[in-house]
Design a protein around this ligand. Structure first.
Ligand code: HEC
Length: 119
């Protein structure tokens, strides 16, 4: 196996160590909004998940809702999940996501942050 490939695998496995991923200005704003609104209490301070689902890898993944619907988590789904936490509930979690006071713009910025955690 080539050194370049090996280094790439190690970096992918570690997600670059403890360093947060490189974020665009909008992604960074979204990260800050999530931190200010204590989203990390359930989703992990770096989106790694805790009592709530992980944000890392959420974009593009398949979600099964409590009503049996299966969908792919795209940007619209992520924004909807933030603005209306009780409308599309993912199965398998003991707790429910509480309502929040994010505006549409803030929810979109957080969605951008979550998208940038996709890799
Ligand atoms: C008290 C814990 C808690 C807090 C605080 C919380 N969430 Fe959640 N969140 C959850 C749980 C549990 C789910 C999965 C069940 C559901 O869909 O409601 C979820 C689901 C989500 C989803 C959909 C994820 C998926 O896997 O499909 C997004 C996006 C999300 N939350 C964003 C946020 C944002 C942004 C905040 C801060 C404003 C936040 N959450 C605060 C518990 C929480």
């Amino acid at each position: 196996m080539s050194v370049v490939l090996l280094t790439g695998l190690v970096m992918a496995a570690c997600g670059g160590g403890d360093d947060p991923p490189e974020l665009s200005p909008a992604g960074e704003e979204g990260r800050q909004i999530a931190a200010d609104n204590s989203c990390g209490a359930c989703h992990g301070n770096n989106g790694q998940g805790a009592s709530g689902p992980a944000w890392i890898g959420l974009l593009g993944s398949e979600r099964e809702l409590t009503d049996g619907t299966v969908l792919t988590a795209d940007r619209d789904y992520i924004v909807r999940s933030i603005l209306n936490p009780s409308s599309e509930v993912v199965g398998g979690f003991v707790i429910r996501m509480p309502e929040n006071t994010l505006t549409d713009d803030e929810a979109r910025l957080v969605a951008t942050y979550i998208e940038e955690l996709a890799g």
